[in-house]
Write a protein that binds this ligand. Structure first.
Ligand code: FAD
Ligand code: SF4
Length: 470
């Protein structure tokens, strides 16, 4: 019946996987969604209408062959599905977990019109997790290695995307990262309740099996000179991310008890995973009233990590309304279910306290005319100030590029906001002003998404292959 029912979407509604019980979610750093079983994955995949010109594929930044692998999953043909999904995506099991599908593939699904979009992300995750559990590994038997080798700086999604395409085309990638594990923000940023660390540990083993070499705990510019890398390799790919924290520019930001979001999240991961070098680095929210400032994915991760650490209360203050939040809607729902209190239309104007943080002074806003990016500007309402009591404040205002001091010496050009200039539309995609050096991901486009970083890494690798004439 399943294979012949063109109207499955009428008989079977959209079904998301079950979430773990709320007490587990509030206290443990484990993924909150249960996996699909085979029947759920098949039933949900079969809801796909196989639209002739699938809009979901176009909206997916890596242009996955979505209806094709949904069909294979609905037929239980996992091995073909996983091969197909890896033709376009380096980390499908990661994207299935962390992409904001509501504004990408699933937002574009024809059924997202009253019927409920196909659960594309969860099927993508199911296909890869199941294939790995069945012993699947990328087939490298037809790859002939050339004598070319490329250095990749940064083992985040951009660097890994580049390494994947290069090694599958016979070019040896050697990936340098200052951290002890691969993944970039996937490992040292995104918390376990969205993406458990074992997922990237498994990927490391898979990449190494494919012939990718990792040189971890190695900071380029400190432990190894870039000049030596540039000399030794045929080309270089930079995927170093953006790590300058944005500040609010208001009084009290330096008071004890005010922390940058990423410092908090990284310390938490290191603590949970036993990777802590110094126990004093851990920022503990147990028993504290926490105020999180910001409304994006990083803010949601801070909110939900604070809950799990045992904060007495977690309040998230955001200067626009819920409709205009930049992050994934799904994560806002999850945060609210876990007990986060949202205060919308509140703009911080000062952090107050005598020698340590005691509260955040906010002013109520109303939304005015759209700014240059089309988003409505928050305008403060005079006389509406109030103080939110706080024992700790987490500032999650986003990131600005963090160009390395050695870029200039090697002719790597920056744009007006310090992003590396490496356009896609040119003879060799994502080449910088230095012909041997390519770049992609957050350091080129500004902080964005895992899936866009993967795309740019993969595209840059194609640019490198053309440049090396492989
Ligand atoms: P990164 O992931 O930042 O990787 C860069 C790597 O380069 C790092 O490992 C770093 O150690 C290394 N590096 C830098 N300089 C050097 C050097 N000199 N020598 C050696 N190594 C170096 N996106 C989503 O799609 N969904 C989400 O749910 C989501 N949640 C997020 C939550 C948080 C808290 C944050 C901060 C971001 C989130 N994002 C999310 C965004 C996403 O993680 C990034 O857009 C993506 O990781 C960018 O990939 P990248 O490879 O460009 O850089
Ligand atoms: Fe959707 Fe992201 Fe998967 Fe593309 S990579 S199909 S946007 S979940």
């Amino acid at each position: 019946k399943r294979l012949n029912n063109d109207f499955q979407f009428l008989d079977v509604g959209r079904g998301d996987p079950a979430k773990k019980d709320i007490n587990t979610r509030k206290s443990q750093f484990v993924e909150i969604y249960e996996p699909f079983d085979q029947t759920q994955a098949a039933d949900q995949s079969h809801r796909c209408l196989a639209c002739g010109n699938p809009y979901c594929e176009w909206k997916c930044p890596v242009h996955n062959f979505i209806p094709n692998w949904l069909k294979l999953a609905s037929e239980g043909n996992i091995m073909e599905a996983v091969e197909l999904s890896h033709q376009t995506n380096t980390l499908p099991e990661v994207c299935g977990r962390v992409c904001p599908q509501d504004r990408l593939c699933e937002g574009a699904c024809t059924l997202n019109d009253g019927f409920g979009a196909v659960t594309i992300g969860n099927v993508e995750k199911y296909i890869t997790d199941t294939a790995f559990a069945m012993g699947w590994r990328p087939d490298m038997s037809k790859v002939t290695m050339t004598d070319k080798k490329v250095a990749i700086i940064g083992a985040g999604p951009a660097g890994l995307g580049a390494a994947d395409v290069l090694v599958r085309n016979g070019v040896k990638p050697v990936v340098f990262d200052k951290y002890p594990e691969i993944g970039g923000l996937l490992t040292f940023g995104i918390p376990e309740f969205k993406l458990e660390k074992s997922v990237m540990a498994r990927r490391r083993e898979v990449f190494e099996g494919m012939g990718v070499e990792f040189r971890l705990n190695t900071e380029v510019g400190k432990d190894v000179e870039f000049a030596d890398i540039e000399k030794e390799y045929d080309a270089v790919f930079l995927g170093m991310g953006t790590y300058n924290y944005m500040k609010g520019g208001f009084p009290g930001e330096d008071l004890p008890g005010v922390y940058d979001a990423l410092d908090f999240l990284i310390a938490n991961v290191n603590h949970n995973q036993g990777w802590e070098k110094n126990t004093e680095d851990f920022i503990d929210m147990k028993g504290k009233r926490v105020v999180v400032l910001g409304g994006g994915d990083t803010a949601m991760d801070c909110n939900r990590s604070s809950i799990r650490q045992g904060a007495t209360s977690v309040t998230c203050a955001y200067r626009r309304d819920e409709e205009n939040m930049p992050g994934s809607k799904r994560e806002v729902v999850n945060a609210r279910e876990e007990g986060v209190n949202f205060l919308f239309n509140r703009q911080p104007v000062a952090i107050v306290g005598d020698g340590k943080v005691e509260g955040v002074k906010v002013i109520t806003t109303q939304l005015g005319e759209p700014d240059e990016n089309g988003r409505r500007r928050p305008e403060p309402i005079e006389g509406s100030e109030e103080v939110l009591p706080a024992d700790a404040v987490l500032v999650a205002f986003g990131f600005r590029p963090s160009p390395a001091p050695w870029f200039e010496k090697f002719g790597i050009e920056l744009n007006s906001w310090d992003g590396v200039v490496a356009p896609e539309e040119q003879e060799f995609k994502f080449q910088t002003a230095n012909e041997k050096i390519f770049a992609g991901g957050d350091m080129v486009r500004g902080s964005d998404l895992v899936v866009t970083a993967i795309w740019e890494g993969r595209q840059a690798a194609e640019g490198i292959l053309d440049f090396l004439d492989v």
